[in-house]
Structures are given as C-alpha cells and as structure tokens.
Design a protein. Structure first.
Length: 295
C-alpha cells in the first residue's frame, strides 16, 4: 500500500500486499497483475517477480513446489497500467516442471522469467551457518530509525520514507542515508510481515520473492559511499535469481544476509542468503544491477 498512512492497521497493510500479489486469471495461462494502489512512476521490481511467480504457480499441479526462478528486467514497469503475464509450459515431468513467464505492459515485454518446480523428496543435506548477529528483538526497525532522523529528511522525500509498509525491516548495522561512508559491501537485516497471514505456502513464497528485491541492490553501493539520496546515482535491477530451499513463513522473522563481491562497468553484483530464525537456510538470491554515477 504505497499511499498508506502511519495509522493504517498492520492487518490492512498486509492484506493490501496479499491482494497486490494475487493475479487474476484472464484465460488459460494468461493472468493480470494489479497496480499498486497510490503507486506512481516505476513499478517495484519485486512486485513484478512475485506476480510472475504467482502466475507460474497457478499453472502447476499442487504436488510440485517452486524451487528456483531466474528473471531479466528489460523495461521499467509503469504504475499507470496493470501488468499482463503470459505463461508458457515448457516442460512437465514426473518430478520437475518448468515454466516461462512473459510480463507485458502496453504490448511490450518488461520482464522474462523462467521458474522450475519439483515434487518434494528427501536427499543429502548441508548448508552454510547463519551469521552470528543480534536477534530482531534487540534492534530498531527501519521505520523507527527514519523517524529519528525526520529533521534530516528533505520534505519532498518524507511521505515516501515515512509511509507505513507491510514488511518490517530491522537492520543489524543501520547505514546513514545522508552521510554515507565507504564500508565493506555487506549488510544483514531481519524482515517479516507486520501481521500474520494464512497457510498458503505459494503466497509465502511470493512474498519472499517480493522482499528479496529489497536491500539487495544497495549492497554494492556501500563500498563506494554513495546512495541515491546524496549522489546523482542511477540504479535499476537488471536480473534476479532466487532459489527456494526450505519451507518458511513470511510472517515470522527471516534474516537477509547480503554481500557484493564485485562491481564494475556501471554494474554491481549482489548475493543474499535468507535464514529462518532457527538458523535454517531457506533461500538464496543473486542479482546484478545498474549502478551508474552521472555527472
């Protein structure tokens, strides 16, 4: 809910996100994604990924569960129009299925995505250990941190930065929006929905896909002490890959641990690992984004 006031109840904020990520079936393998109420300008990339995943999930038998997606952004989405999703059923096997999804606005593709699904089965297992960081109960939310710096936020940005949001983020090491300094390109933050939702696992996956586009792109900028608030920095997601490893709930705390091993040629590469509060690695993310400093 882009136009939500600070007094909007948490349940309404979360229901707004759930409604946004539900897709309407227009015909076989053809879906329509809603517009963000009150949204303007460019569509948030995580919304397009999540709606595309929902369209793909709607075309697959419930016995098969999404385990990965790979998407390319081609054009910025426009908040003035809904998004049409066309699903192509490339493969339907006994254990796996693959789908291609083309997201379109005004007859032009804005995103291409491939997704793979698998019937769950047991197998060999190992995982990285969750970083040793303070838990969410010890940290301030991003909203609280922004309210503390209200006098530093330019008037034209205040409504956007202080609006109520359906996903709460609690950064482990908060960064300064107005006095950025060069630092190691790593960041950890906890996130969860601000109110519970039901047990629809497909919706929990869609919400994680939506949230996985938050925080990630800015990781590469940390090494250079720049951000869009203080520099003439142009950023945009170029691609996005998500692997879903384990079951999780988006309304329970998840740790997003991000790093950027490389940047160059006006691009920055970012990686993320998402852990449940009990230390399970539930998802991995990778993204390359445009990172261009203009004169």
């Amino acid at each position: 809910m882009d136009n939500a006031s600070p007094d909007t109840p948490p349940e309404a904020l979360v229901q707004g996100l759930v409604d946004l990520l539900e897709v309407e079936e227009l015909d076989t393998d053809l879906y329509r994604g809603r517009r963000q109420p009150g949204g303007f300008g460019r569509v948030f990339g995580g919304q397009v990924i999540a709606q595309a995943l929902q369209a793909a999930q709607r075309s697959v038998d419930e016995t098969k569960v999404a385990h990965s997606l790979h998407a390319y952004f081609m054009r910025p989405g426009n908040e003035d129009f809904p998004i049409i999703y066309r699903v192509v059923r490339d493969f339907e096997g006994r254990s796996f299925a693959t789908r291609r999804v083309i997201a379109m606005q005004q007859g032009q593709p804005i995103l291409n995505m491939a997704a793979s699904f698998q019937v769950p089965e047991d197998g060999l297992h190992h995982q990285d250990t969750m970083p040793d960081v303070p838990g969410p109960d010890e940290l301030l939310s991003e909203a609280d941190l922004r309210r503390e710096m209200i006098d530093e936020i330019p008037e034209k940005f205040r409504r956007h930065m202080l609006r109520a949001r359906p996903i709460e983020i609690r950064p482990v090491h908060p960064r300064s929006w107005f006095r950025p300094v060069k630092q190691e390109p790593k960041q950890d933050s906890w996130f969860r929905l601000v109110a519970p939702i039901g047990d629809d696992a497909a919706m929990h996956r869609a919400i994680l896909a939506y949230a996985s586009d938050m925080s990630l792109l800015g990781t590469a900028t940390l090494a250079h002490g720049v951000n869009w608030m203080t520099h003439n920095l142009q950023t945009a997601s170029l691609d996005h890959a998500l692997w879903l490893h384990e079951d999780f709930r988006a309304d329970d705390w998840l740790l997003y641990s991000c790093d950027s091993p490389w940047a160059g040629h006006a691009r920055g590469f970012n990686r993320g690992k998402i852990y449940s509060r009990d230390g399970r690695l539930v998802a991995s993310v990778a993204q390359e984004g445009l990172m261009r400093l203009r004169d």
